[in-house]
Design a protein around this ligand. Structure first.
Ligand code: NAP
Length: 284
């Protein structure tokens, strides 16, 4: 019998703690925890993500500062805005919504965000510190996965973990977090040979591929913990993950659904990182 990992419930519990911390920060320092969100252009998916992040802030007692630039904004204009945010004491976290329009140099813009305000955990210093297993702001989606595993009481130490996907924002930090938690980690990607066999050895299997229902029952060990990061549309346009939930659920001990699994944790971890950044800013 498998257990469904309820991302919404974990998320709600964590958001209550985040709200308490944001209130305590305000009481101690006189100002709100502040998050700046920069959106360039009008990509519909990005607009939805930004709206949800702002709503999440409101509910958690975090003040949001939204900056909307036109899709043809010049590199200098975006850089100037980000630089001004780095110097603004009311802003503890800066998030530049990706993807940026193609004419912009995203790397150059992201590099302007100092590690202490890098609430996405994407900057080189935060990624370096994660690799060195030092305290840092960690990418939200993989950190959300770790939180769910911890809250479910799932032991990681000594376990075989397999991560499918090696993106800089999900796969790689996910693998590093599992390694830091003492798992024995294998990372698979599009060039991996014998992928199904490797996956079937995993005690903890994380799918971050971006291919609907890619992970099937034959790729899952009996009793494995299956974490589905994917967010895809199936042939009928319905939201689904990278895991073929119906075929896999009978084999695993735990599984995250899509929707309602990893997804809700991502914005929660953004709020978590923002309040953490604020607390650290006054400790320096
Ligand atoms: P990405 O940058 O496109 O990376 C996908 C990874 O999957 C790559 O490393 C790729 O390998 C690997 N891959 C692709 N096809 C494969 C195959 N046939 N066999 C093995 N590996 C394969 O995607 P991402 O940004 O990491 O996101 C992955 C998924 O998670 C997407 O569905 C995305 O929407 C979802 N996501 C969800 C959340 C959330 O909040 N729930 C957040 C972020 C992302 P190569 O490196 O060899 O190309």
């Amino acid at each position: 019998m498998f257990k469904l990992i309820d991302g919404k419930a974990h998320s709600a519990a964590l958001r209550a703690q985040i709200k308490e911390r944001a209130c305590a920060f305000k009481a101690a320092n006189g100002n709100d925890v502040g998050l700046a969100v920069v959106l360039v252009g009008n990509d519909p998916a990005s607009q939805v993500y930004v709206r949800n992040k702002i709503k999440g802030c409101e509910e958690a007692g975090i003040k949001s500062f939204a900056y909307y630039l036109p899709g043809d904004a010049a590199q200098e204009e975006v850089e100037e805005l980000v630089c001004s945010l780095t110097e603004n004491g009311d802003i503890h976290g800066i998030l530049v919504q990706l993807p940026l329009p193609k004419h912009l140099d995203a790397d150059k813009i992201l590099k302007l965000i100092p590690k202490g305000k890098d609430v996405d955990g994407f900057c080189e210093e935060n990624i370096g510190n994660l690799c060195l297993n030092r305290d840092c702001l960690v990418a939200c989606t993989p950190n959300g996965v770790m939180q769910m595993l911890k809250r479910e009481g799932i032991e990681i130490k000594g376990k075989r973990a397999v991560v499918i996907g090696r993106s800089n924002i999900v796969g790689k930090p996910m693998a590093m977090l599992l390694l830091n938690a003492d798992a024995t980690v294998t990372v698979c990607h599009s060039k991996t040979q014998n992928l199904a066999k490797i996956c079937a050895e995993a005690d903890v299997l994380v799918a971050a591929i971006g291919k609907a229902k890619f992970v099937t029952a034959d790729m899952v060990k009996d009793g494995a913990v299956v974490i589905d990061v994917g967010m895809n549309r199936d042939a009928d346009g319905k939201l689904c993950g990278d895991v073929d939930f119906e075929s896999v659920k009978g084999k695993c001990s735990y599984i995250t659904p899509v929707p309602g699994g990893v997804g809700p944790m991502t914005i929660t971890m953004l709020l978590y990182n923002t309040v953490t950044a604020a607390e650290r800013s006054v400790r320096i």
